[in-house]
Structure formats: structure tokens, C-alpha cells
Design a protein around this ligand. Structure first.
Ligand SMILES: Cc1ncc(COP(=O)(O)O)c(C=O)c1O
Ligand code: FES
Length: 477
């Protein structure tokens, strides 16, 4: 199996596992216990908190350990809304946010009042800052009604999934409590610079939540330097264990949160329950390793995703592929614009689920893990303006720490064959190419009626393509 789905989850790094095992063996005591055994574990937890804080550019006491980014996002969003003033109940979320943020925002406004509005993204997936600005300041400043004079009921409780923000006017005058824009998108790898988002949010008196789950450990993240008020992350996206994550928030913001989980006073009262000490210590070890390896890994993984792209272009031709997400051409924006490990491609004319079912030995993803396998096109790609067809023809490749160049070569050839196979099936179904049946065989149904999953037959490739795949133009050794 060639695993190219590291944005769904990563394997546990062997060093992380080694760091965790003592917590399951001899260091099993409860870190809240005052006896020496408990305090020895408490020190390991402190170390992990420091390591996660260093990677996040935060102070150790700003790290609240949770079960993952999903819980952290729920804690952050519900916590902020629960204590927000009645005239400040709008939540702005990026159109391509993960369901952990989108659904948490929707649930929070249903519980506490207010509404969710969606901030548009550009066709390359980056947040549209001018739309964010327009949603933050719906009434021109010269005609704005002072916020204190706005009736809380004006906020309403309806969601605005269209993201239009509706007509500007009094009904928009409720203020924004929270802006949620992710650092890196899980499907396309599109990056957002948190600084301008933070500046706009703060100027409007709102807090800024940044989902750094996919960025953490892959590219530098500093919550203090960029103005992020609340960051959420998961250990299993960075070679740590599943079921551990963190909310990272400075003290003034933490003071405004209310816990979701009640019980003992763990995590300074914000997240009750005995700490998941093996998970937390694994998260700390993963953070330490990521900090040491990040630069080298970014270079290696960018080279691998570039190689994968070049090989696929070599096999299939440049017209057969479209990149979903920012393309670094050196001109558009300075600095990195896409996660180095992520490449989301549309294979024109090849349904992604069908391609995937021809790839039993390569793990890739059509859409995000929660949506993979469903027939719905990716909401992320739709939000970027892709058609439903283009979205259904898109696959995400995400390489990782243990991916090799040989695996990239093998995966590219396998994927190219699968794409050609699906394209030729489609061509047969549309009557463009005669079905290559032996005389006397029963007529086969059109490709669109045939279940492609499990299909193993051979089909002649599309005219103009030879069964022996051409040598890619830019194949590297
Ligand atoms: C961007 C992003 N945010 C949040 C999450 C949720 O993480 P978890 O399932 O570990 O809570 C994920 C996981 O897919 C993600 O990719
Ligand atoms: S948890 Fe990330 S895609 Fe579902």
C-alpha cells in the first residue's frame, strides 16, 4: 500500500510511540495525584505542554489539551458565543472551513443565538479579505448605527449559508463575535496568512479563531506573532496519536470561555476529565520532532508533490489535469501559498470515485475523509467555484514523512493507468469508442450503468494513447 493520504491522518512516528509507551507501563499514575508517582507523570505532561506551546509560538499555560481539533473548535466557538454581549453574536467562517468549525459554529448560534455567515474564498482557495472586510463592516462607517444602540433581536438566529451577507443595512448591524479562518485547507493545502485576518477581526472588535490543524508541524505557526486568539490542532495530523489535540488561547481569551465538559478542574477548569497522558506525551514528542524536521520535510515533500505532478502530466498530458488550489508560479503572491505535502488534482473526464476504485494499492482521497466515499461533490471545491463535475473528478494526494520517491513514481504510474481506464470506460459509455468486446460476448451495459468498483477487466485505452505509458517528460531519477 502506498499511503498518500496524510491529511486524513498520519502514522504514529516510532519515536512518538517510544515516548508514549512508558505512560502505558510504569508511568501510569494520575498527574493530578500529589504523590511522587503522580508528580512524575505531571512533569511529563508539563514537558509536552511546553513542546506544543513552542511549536505554536505560545506560552505553555495557553495550551488546553482536548481530544482533538474538533473538540477544541467546539470549546472555542461555543465558549466565545456563550459570553458574547447580546449585540455581538455573528460568527464569520471561511467557506472552506472543516466541518469541525462549520458545524460547531452552527450549533453554537443555535444554542446561544446569533448567526453564521460565510466568507468567500478566491478560486485558488485563499480567503477573500475584501469579502471578510465587507461582512465585518456591513454599514459604511459614516452611516453606521452605534453598536450599543442595536437591538439584540436584530441579530436574529438564521444562518446565512450563501455567504452573501445579505443586503447591507440595519439588520446587519449586529456585531461580529468571532472570525474563523483556517491556516491551511485540508483538501487543497491552500494557505491563509493569519495576520491580515487577525488585523481585520480585531479592528472590528472580534476574536480570531484559526484552525491550524493541517499547518501545525508542517509550516511555521506562531499564534502570538500573527494575532491568532484561538488556535485548534490535532496530534494525529503530525505523527502523534489519535484522540489528542489542543486549544491554544492566551489568558484574556481563555477567561471568556466556558467549558463544554464539566467535572474536575483539569486544564484550568476548561476541560474536565483525567488527562489522556499517553496521548498528551505523544503529542509533545510529535511537536518536538516536527519542530526539528519541519524545514527539511517541507523541502522534501514539496519536491515529491512537484514530482508527482510532473509525472502525471508526463503520463496523461497537461490538458488532462487541473490543480485545485494555489499554484506557486513565483508571481502571484510572495511566499508559500500551498502546503508542501498536498496536491489536489482534477483528472478531466475521470470520476474520482471510479479512479479510486481502480487504485486498491494507493490510498488517496476524494474530498475530505469525512466526505470520502459519498457521492456529494466536495463543498470545499464548490466554494472555490469548481463545477460539480470538476469536483467529482478531483483527488487529493498528501505525502508524508515516510513517503519515498520510489513510491511517488509507482503511484503516478498506477494513478495514470487508473485514470486512462476510467476515461476509456466513459468513452465507451458515451459511444465515442466501441466497446472492445470479443465477438459473441453479450453486450455490456453503458459505463455509467456499470458498477466500477471491483471491476478488473482490461479495456483498450483511448485512441492516441498506447497501453505502454510514455516516459514522463520530467521524470527524476
Ligand atoms: C483542517 C481540519 N480541522 C479539523 C480537523 C478535525 O480534527 P479531529 O478529527 O482530529 O478532531 C481536521 C481533520 O480532518 C482537519 O483537517
Ligand atoms: S475529520 Fe477531517 S475530514 Fe473528516
Amino acid at each position: 500500500m502506498i499511503y498518500l493520504d496524510h491529511n486524513a491522518t498520519t502514522p504514529v512516528d516510532p519515536e512518538v510511540l517510544n515516548a508514549m509507551l512508558p505512560l502505558l507501563r510504569e508511568h501510569f499514575a494520575n498527574p493530578a495525584s500529589p504523590h511522587p508517582a503522580g508528580q512524575a507523570v505531571a512533569r511529563l505532561v508539563d514537558r509536552a505542554r511546553r513542546d506544543v506551546a513552542v511549536l505554536a509560538g505560545a506560552r505553555p499555560r495557553d495550551v488546553v489539551f482536548t481530544s482533538g481539533a474538533t473538540e477544541a473548535a467546539n470549546l472555542a466557538i461555543a465558549g466565545v458565543l456563550a459570553t458574547a454581549p447580546p449585540n455581538r453574536r455573528r460568527v464569520l467562517v471561511g467557506a472552506t472551513e472543516h466541518p469541525a468549525v462549520l458545524a460547531a459554529a452552527q450549533a453554537a448560534v443555535e444554542l446561544h443565538g446569533g448567526r453564521v455567515q460565510t466568507v468567500r474564498v478566491h478560486p485558488d482557495g485563499a480567503i477573500d479579505l475584501s469579502h471578510l472586510r465587507a461582512l465585518l463592516h456591513p454599514v459604511p462607517p459614516s452611516t453606521a448605527v452605534p453598536s450599543t444602540a442595536v437591538s439584540p433581536s436584530a441579530a436574529g438566529s438564521a444562518a446565512d449559508p450563501e455567504g452573501s451577507g445579505g443586503p447591507r443595512g440595519r439588520d446587519q448591524a449586529d456585531e461580529v463575535a468571532l472570525v474563523a479562518v483556517m491556516a491551511a485547507n485540508n483538501e487543497t493545502g491552500a494557505l491563509n496568512d493569519p495576520r491580515p485576518v487577525a488585523a481585520l477581526a480585531h479592528e472590528a472588535g472580534a476574536l480570531f479563531l484559526c484552525d491550524v490543524t493541517q499547518a501545525f508541524g508542517r509550516i511555521p505557526v506562531s499564534v502570538t506573532e500573527t494575532g491568532i486568539d484561538l488556535a485548534v490542532a490535532s496530534a494525529h495530523k503530525m505523527y502523534g496519536p489519535k484522540g489528542t489535540g489542543a486549544l491554544i488561547a492566551g489568558r484574556p481569551v481563555r477567561a471568556r470561555l466556558t467549558p463544554l465538559i464539566h467535572g474536575g478542574g483539569q486544564e484550568r477548569g476548561l476541560r474536565a476529565g483525567t488527562l489522556n497522558t499517553p496521548g498528551i506525551v505523544g503529542f509533545g514528542a510529535a511537536a518536538r520532532i516536527a519542530a526539528a524536521m519541519m524545514d527539511d520535510e517541507a523541502i522534501r515533500q514539496r519536491a515529491q508533490t512537484d514530482l508527482l505532478f510532473d509525472l502525471l502530466v508526463g503520463w496523461l498530458g497537461a490538458d488532462a489535469l487541473e490543480v485545485n488550489g494555489p499554484v506557486e508560479d513565483g508571481s502571484a503572491r510572495p511566499g508559500p501559498v500551498r502546503l508542501p505535502n498536498t496536491l489536489n488534482l482534477r483528472f478531466v473526464g475521470a470520476d474520482a470515485d471510479a479512479v479510486q476504485s481502480c487504485l486498491p494499492d494507493v490510498a488517496v482521497s476524494a474530498g475530505s475523509a469525512c466526505h470520502g466515499g459519498g457521492s456529494e461533490p466536495s463543498p470545499v471545491l464548490l466554494a472555490m467555484g469548481r463545477s460539480a463535475t470538476a469536483a467529482r473528478e478531483s483527488l487529493r494526494f498528501s505525502v508524508g514523512r515516510f513517503t519515498t520517491v520510489d513510491q511517488i513514481h509507482a503511484a503516478a504510474a498506477t494513478v495514470a493507468r487508473a485514470v486512462l481506464r476510467v476515461q476509456s470506460l466513459r468513452a465507451v459509455g458515451s459511444g465515442e469508442v466501441p466497446w472492445p468486446a470479443e465477438p459473441g460476448e453479450p453486450e455490456l451495459p453503458a459505463a455509467s450503468d456499470r458498477p466500477v468498483a471491483g471491476w478488473t477487466g482490461e479495456v483498450s485505452p483511448t485512441p492516441g494513447r498506447t497501453p505502454e505509458l510514455p516516459v514522463p517528460r520530467s521524470a527524476l531519477p
